[in-house]
Ligand binder design. Structure first.
Ligand code: IMP
Length: 421
């Protein structure tokens, strides 16, 4: 790779971005997380050992790589210190933006309290306090990583324009007993010594690396269908997940590649509409064979057929210029393979440019195309054009329908099990 590359999820998260970023990171000078928080679960399988990272960029497993966390990443210090240990062991550098918002215990409590009070209408969040923390970021209050440098500064951040008192009132509304100000300060200061040495300016760092013509790899979290604006509200996350989030928060505006990662089928965790969901034996088969259990929460993922109507929309609004298709090996041996090419609403095919709101998706009837199946174990293949003809046809069908090239496919969990075109 050369220049600035972005890897983003083109579905509802869990597309296998961790593995793709890990593979591309071998040629990157810096890997940069720009959105979300510890709601992400980026899984790496290297030499049979599985590592799940939630907050730091996946470049931390590579010696000498610089790993940057931008000012739009909400940071849970408990997760940070655990992952900083991994970075230390592998000899990777870490720079954390001092403006990044800090996820506090009260954020997680409010997240859980709200979900519990919402009953059947709950979002199915990861419970990591992400939504409440981003609310505070937008209200321009709440402590940041930089406030860990000094106890007095941290106390001032909690007192800012009635900040913590208001949050305690929200917690009380849900019948919760949050930490007091003093307890929160004591809790936070426990992490200071390990986090403060890594504090810096992520935006300046990225600009300096670009000035030196070094290669930047931006690692997206969640997926475009979970984007705060373009995802189906309220069944979405609280951050922007497309390429625009890099421009808006990291000050980098021109990209050589925006790689959208999509699974060869679709999964979703949490609530919200899912037009191609399979609640039958095929869905169970995909879940078992694809090991579709949440990397962050362990929840079983809902599984369904590849949805090209949603993928077309996600690529457009998220700025994707090429796709990588993961877990193609999981489709081997199925008796039938379907892909959704569009939706019908009240008997009419909907315009492909229609915004896919949650209301629309919950009433949309998928239009399916049936494609040829294959039985070969794809893990043993190495060259793209040697893949079995029905597999090449599946890939070609996606490219033609979306008018976007597929740059590579994943045929197994390991680093080496990637086939580039
Ligand atoms: P939150 O981001 O924890 O607030 O959760 C909001 C919605 O986004 C829920 O449906 C979560 O399951 C989903 N979500 C958040 N992060 C991820 C992810 O990394 N993968 C898949 N789904 C996610």
């Amino acid at each position: 790779m050369e220049g600035a590359h972005i890897v983003i999820g083109a579905q509802w998260g869990d597309e296998g971005k961790g593995k793709i970023v890990d593979v591309l990171a071998s040629e990157a000078d810096a890997v940069i997380r720009f959105n979300g928080g510890a709601n992400a679960g980026h899984t790496l399988e290297i030499g049979g050992t599985k590592t799940v990272l939630h907050l730091l960029p996946v470049g931390i497993v590579r010696r000498g790589t610089t790993n940057i966390v931008g000012p739009y990443v909400v940071c849970d210090p408990e997760v940070l210190v655990t992952e900083l240990e991994i970075a230390k062991a592998s000899g990777a550098n870490v720079v954390l933006d001092r403006r990044a918002p800090l996820v506090l215990p009260i954020h997680k409590q409010i997240d859980a309290g709200r979900e519990q009070a919402s009953g059947a209408g709950k979002i199915g969040t990861t419970g990591r306090g992400i939504g409440p923390c981003y609310e505070d970021f937008t209200s321009r209050r709440g402590p940041t990583l930089g406030d860990l440098t000094d106890c007095e500064r941290f106390i001032t951040a909690l007192a800012q324009r009635g900040y913590y008192a208001e949050r305690m009132a929200v917690a009380a509304h849900y019948g919760l007993t949050p930490m007091t100000v003093n307890e929160t300060v004591d809790w936070a200061m426990r992490f200071s010594a390990r986090i403060v040495p890594h504090l810096g300016d992520a935006v300046q760092e990225a600009a300096e690396l670009q000035q030196q013509r070094l290669n930047l790899l931006f690692e997206g979290a969640q997926g475009i269908m979970l984007d705060l604006v373009h995802g189906g509200r309220p069944y979405c996350t609280s951050s922007f997940c497309g390429s625009g989030a890099v421009a808006a928060t990291m000050g980098v505006h021109s990209f050589d590649r925006v790689v959208g990662v999509a699974k060869a089928y679709v999964t979703r965790v949490g609530g919200g509409p899912f037009p191609t969901e399979l609640t039958d034996k095929t869905g169970d088969l995909l879940r078992e064979k694809g090991r579709e259990f949440g990397a962050t929460t362990g929840r079983p993922r809902r599984c369904g057929w590849l949805d090209l109507a949603a993928l077309r929309y996600a690529c457009r609004v998220g700025g994707v210029t090429e796709l990588v298709l993961t877990k193609l090996d999981i489709l081997s041996g199925l008796s039938e393979i379907k892909v959704c090419t569009g939706y019908q609403l009240d008997g009419n095919t909907i315009d492909p440019l229609t915004t896919l709101t949650a209301d629309l998706l919950s009433c949309a009837a998928p239009i399916y195309e049936i494609l040829p199946v294959w039985n070969e174990d794809l893990r043993k293949y190495e060259g793209f054009w040697q893949l079995p003809p029905p597999v090449l046809r599946y890939i070609r069908y996606i490219e033609k329908t979306l008018d976007i090239p597929v740059a590579g496919v994943g045929v197994g969990p390991e680093r080496e099990q990637m086939i580039w075109k």
